[in-house]
Design a protein around this ligand. Structure first.
Ligand code: HEM
Length: 540
């Protein structure tokens, strides 16, 4: 009994010392941070710093220069740099910069250690095995799924017109979101969500996905927030309601079933000749998960380099989270831009109609120059992610291409950063930088892609001289997938319909959320939406 008391007392003393030490660290941090003399916005809130302004931070660089600091949680300094050399250094140095706990807050319990959140060797191993599944040849094979689902969406909107008359007022974001969910289900793991089917049955996985994401249980709850301050708390389990726990279990069971079925199918492939037609069709599945499992089972991969079942399973929610709302919102912003520039909509339609098929190949889609320019300009001006965060895991010196002047007037050609400091990668600010794109950087001008400015050549983005898919070894693995999906969508939609905004363009703003959804200033309480007036396009 006495021994138990001594253990408990020692534990309580250890916790008290740890808390005191953390508190002293927090209080002293602003006075010792190596970023403390950088210019930046003032903050009057010790707890949240400038975090509530971060979504509007794209013009900070114009105010304070490309490299600045702002206040993060608990008075900490966060480095914000739009300097292309600094970004190149950070994005290509994954040993020194990782995704911080803060950026994992909303999704970590859900996606597990899939490609999005894995770090270090585990990430490199997953990426090596997964890269081939996202290559051009593999995406070419998926183009038919993108076009079929885009056509299904036109049918849903046409039936709404038949019911309500023309033009019909339709929330295009809702339809696009269902379409991209169906696509990621089929192209990701040959799973039919069937969410576009208005007469469809309830879908277990779709419901579980909505429960987990709609519940806020994965959001920034107070407990999760405290875990940032006191990391040992992460060893305590996060409860969540019974409904959310059930939804997690359903998703896990479905994921496991899919992985098991695909493994069996691959093992049976050698016997394909003896299989019936249905089984043979299944054995030819070309979805991302099948390709990944196949690559993982390849005899040329040493056993030590193979992914575990747990790692493979984690890719199912990873694809859902990373590949669904990003593409639907990007396409919604493309329709927004085309509806306020009707002459561009007409030009795009004419280009797309000149192709005499409803089902072009990926290569035919890629040969449409204005479609390509519209997609590039949409992703530059309206990237689905505004920012991302990294944490310095070691003290580092970051080189700058443009020297920065600190608040004492001293000039620096580098920034020193302390281990544990956060770095904001400002995707939107770089994409909209007037220094890079010129004075018209905030305008939607697809023709600018005819001649890319020299300054844009230095942007360390993986695609299109922009940061929308990020750069370095943690850039978006699915960028080819989403580009072809967006092309298939726009191709099909502008050939079928004419789009007008149903509200004044000033009413549509980017919602402050991880993915930038359109929302109406006049109806913020209704959540994200993009209402449009749609009428069928009458071909001559
Ligand atoms: C317009 C559509 C998309 C955009 C703008 C986009 C953007 C991004 C960005 C910015 C990142 C880096 C995030 C960070 O590190 O903080 C990322 C990572 C990732 N994306 Fe995408 N994405 C899109 C579509 C997709 C699709 C369709 C898929 C899958 C089918 C996908 C799968 C992933 C994965 C797995 C990662 C993690 C990569 C890694 O850490 O190695 N994305 N994406």
């Amino acid at each position: 009994m006495e021994a138990k008391l001594v253990v408990l007392l020692s534990l309580a003393i250890a916790i008290a010392i740890y808390l005191q030490w953390r508190l002293i660290q927090l209080i002293l941090r602003p006075y010792t941070s190596s970023l403390r003399y950088l210019p930046g916005p003032t903050s009057h809130n010790w707890l949240l710093g400038n975090l509530t302004q971060v979504y509007q931070s794209s013009n900070w660089a114009e105010q304070y220069g490309d490299t600045l600091k702002y206040k993060g949680l608990f008075g900490s300094d966060v480095l914000f740099t739009a300097d292309t050399r600094a970004l190149h250094h950070i994005l290509n140095n994954t040993a020194a910069y990782c995704r911080p706990e803060l950026a994992r807050l909303g999704i970590s319990d859900f996606v597990g250690e899939g490609l999005l959140l894995a770090e270090g060797e585990r990430h490199r191993q997953q990426r090596r095995i997964m890269n081939p599944a996202f290559g051009p040849a593999q995406i070419r094979e998926l183009t038919d799924i993108f076009l079929r689902k885009a056509t299904e969406l036109t049918k849903v909107w046409s039936s709404s017109m038949a019911e309500h008359g023309e033009p019909a007022r339709i929330d295009v974001l809702d339809g696009l979101s269902k379409m991209t969910l169906d696509v990621i289900g089929l192209a990701g793991f040959s799973y039919e969500f069937d969410s576009l089917n208005i007469h469809g049955r309830r879908n277990e996985l779709n419901e579980a996905f909505n429960t987990v994401f709609g519940s806020g249980a994965n959001g920034a709850s107070l407990f999760r927030f405290l875990r940032l301050l006191f990391p040992p708390l992460k060893y305590l389990p996060v409860g969540g309601t019974k409904e959310v726990r059930n939804a997690h279990q359903i998703m896990r069971n479905i994921g496991m079933r899919l992985v098991r079925e695909k493994k069996d199918m691959i093992l049976n492939q050698g016997k394909a000749a003896s299989l019936d037609e249905d089984a043979r069709g299944k054995s030819n599945q070309r979805d991302l998960l099948t390709l990944l499992i196949k690559a993982n089972m390849d005899p040329s991969i040493p056993k030590s380099q193979r992914l575990s079942d747990e790692d493979i399973l984690a890719q199912v929610p990873t694809f859902l989270v990373a590949g669904h709302e990003t593409t639907s919102n990007a396409t919604a912003w493309a329709l927004y831009a085309l509806s306020i520039e009707p002459q561009m909509q007409t030009r795009l339609r004419e280009e797309c109609l000149a192709l005499s098929t409803d089902y072009p190949s990926m290569d035919e889609l890629n040969q449409l120059p204005f479609l390509d320019a519209v997609i590039r300009e949409t992703l530059r001006l309206h990237p689905p992610l505004n920012n991302t965060l990294r944490e310095a895991v070691t003290d580092d010196v970051i080189p700058l291409s443009k020297p920065c002047v600190d608040v004492r007037g001293r000039i620096h050609d580098h920034v020193k950063i302390d281990k544990g400091s956060m770095v904001q990668i400002p995707i939107l600010a770089v994409n909209r930088s007037k220094a890079i794109w010129g004075e018209d950087a905030l305008e939607f001008k697809p023709d600018r892609w005819g001649k890319v400015p020299d300054a844009a050549q230095k942007v360390p983005g993986t695609w299109g001289n922009m940061m929308s898919f990020l750069g370095g070894s943690r850039s978006c693995i699915g960028y080819r997938f989403s580009l072809v999906e967006m092309k298939a969508l726009l191709f099909t939609l502008v050939r079928a319909f004419e789009f007008d905004l149903a509200v004044p363009k000033e009413d549509v703003v980017r919602q402050n959320a991880s993915v930038q959804r359109p929302i109406l200033l006049s109806a913020m309480d209704q959540g994200s939406q993009l209402p449009m007036l749609i009428r069928p396009y009458q071909r001559a």
